[in-house]
Design a protein around this ligand. Structure first.
Ligand SMILES: Cc1cc2nc3c(=O)[nH]c(=O)nc-3n(C[C@H](O)[C@H](O)[C@H](O)COP(=O)(O)O)c2cc1C
Length: 426
């Protein structure tokens, strides 16, 4: 076996314990934004880990997302854990998301020179080192005290775009300031007030966000049995309101300082958060309110994808919100090929809901996604280890993508298509 020269040049880690190799990961992370150099990510990281094992070190946190979820369960309050891990109703759609991945299997091809692998993709005119973005996850203060700042610190050096939620725990400007020039998008929960929407969009533009993601599927909050049982919703406790309480339009509507009026602040938020009466025509008007590209998130039907494009959207994100909204809805992966067939040649189609490993990323890309959004796994990493925990999750995923791409017989995502997949019979 040929070991990369730069790997051999390193010293064996000294001392026992856990996690020394993550320092090397951090060092290398600075080169990740340059996709040209990252041809052996998976091999490097594997060897780094196995070499650390010679000194008695094992990874700082569980590598498998299922095991990491259990770590999150052990460190979070039961209510916070259920809020993150749970879904709508009987969680049928949450399970269906994973089953849809299991049903599809990769068909490997051999002897095709995959020694140099390029994981990069182009998205909205920008080259990404890997086809992965961080999905908008609200109220991360319930997961870790550094919340979105920790996520931003992990994502930025890797060049992985963070999609910041409207209901982030910290104001968008503060998170943006921690990211320098690193790519970031802003997710909009489309408020009842057009004025507030315009204000949030204007702030996102000024804070250097590159695109707007309008989430379509959360105009009502679903019946989430775990949260109902726990009588727990973070917003009602004042969490996740940072972008509202710092907004001049929201403040004017409140008619006072939000800090002095917590109850009225929460009531106003609840009233203004969404508007179930919106229609596709409204999207056309929202389109006029920003110069940034708009992508719509939550699309599951080809006709809705077409309608979004007709109203000027620059892309669609196929998603069922990780099974957190309409229980009984189809798996997002099952919706993907039909939507790609309907609009894939005209626009960018992204995907989330159920991405856990490298093979999942390949399957979604083979079905026509341009990139995927990672959701719950990075929240579990955040719970386990703050920014370092998120970084570990990302480095593991990147390594897994790299090796899985190579083992499937592909040197890049360019030649991945549906012929790389087979539907399993049982
Ligand atoms: C704790 C949590 C908070 C979320 N908050 C938001 C949000 O604020 N805005 C949004 O568009 N989607 C939100 N989502 C949905 C994610 O963006 C994404 O669609 C989902 O996590 C994908 O499913 P997966 O994590 O099972 O892969 C949230 C999901 C979770 C788990």
């Amino acid at each position: 076996m040929v070991w990369p020269a730069r790997f051999l040049a390193r010293e064996l880690p000294t001392g026992g314990g856990r996690g020394a190799f993550s320092v090397e990961s951090r060092e290398r992370a600075t080169t990740m934004a340059d996709p040209g150099g990252g041809w052996c990510w998976g091999v490097d990281r594997q060897l780094e880990i196995y070499k650390a094992g010679l000194a008695g070190q094992t990874p700082v946190q569980p590598v498998s997302v299922d095991a990491l979820e259990e770590t999150a369960r052990s460190v979070l309050s039961p209510e916070a854990f259920d809020y993150v891990a749970g879904g709508a109703g009987a969680e049928e759609t949450m399970r269906a998301n994973r089953e849809a991945f299991r049903r599809r299997r990769l068909v490997p091809r051999f002897l095709r020179d995959v020694a140099r692998r390029d994981l990069g993709v182009e998205l909205l005119g920008r080259k990404l080192p890997v086809p992965v973005l961080l999905a908008p996850l609200g109220v991360l203060s319930i997961v870790h005290k550094e919340a979105e700042l920790a996520v931003a610190r992990a994502a930025a050096p890797l060049g992985i775009p963070l999609i910041l939620s409207t209901v982030s725990s910290l104001p968008m400007e503060q998170v943006a300031a921690a990211m320098g020039e690193a790519p970031r998008w802003f997710q909009l929960y489309w408020p009842r007030s057009d004025e507030l929407a315009a204000s949030l969009l204007g702030r996102a533009e000024r804070a250097g966000f590159d695109a707007i993601v309008v989430t379509l599927d959360t105009y009502l909050l679903s019946w989430r049995e775990r949260d109902i049982q726990n009588a727990y919703l973070p917003f009602v406790r004042g969490e996740g309101l940072a972008n509202y309480v710092t907004d001049p339009v929201f403040q004017a509507a409140l008619g006072g300082d939000p800090r002095l009026n917590p109850v009225r602040t929460i009531e106003l938020f609840a009233r203004i958060f969404s508007d179930p009466s919106r229609t596709w025509d409204d999207l056309g008007r929202l389109r006029q309110a920003t110069r940034l590209p708009i992508l719509v998130k939550g699309v599951l039907h080809p006709d809705d994808a077409r309608k979004a494009l007709d109203q000027g959207a620059s892309g669609v994100i196929v998603s069922n919100h990780g099974g957190r909204q309409l229980d009984g809805a189809i798996a997002a992966l099952d919706a993907l090929p039909r939507i790609v067939d309907a609009v894939g040649d005209r626009t960018t189609v992204l995907f989330d809901s159920g991405i856990r490993r490298g093979a999942d990323v390949l399957k979604a890309m083979a079905l026509g996604a341009r990139s995927v959004l990672l959701g719950r796994p990075y929240a579990y990493g955040l719970a386990a280890g703050g920014a370092d925990g998120v970084r570990e999750v990302l480095l593991n995923l990147i390594s897994d993508i790299d090796l899985t791409l190579g083992l499937a017989g592909h040197a890049s995502f360019a030649d991945l298509d549906r012929s790389c997949l087979m539907e399993a019979s049982g």
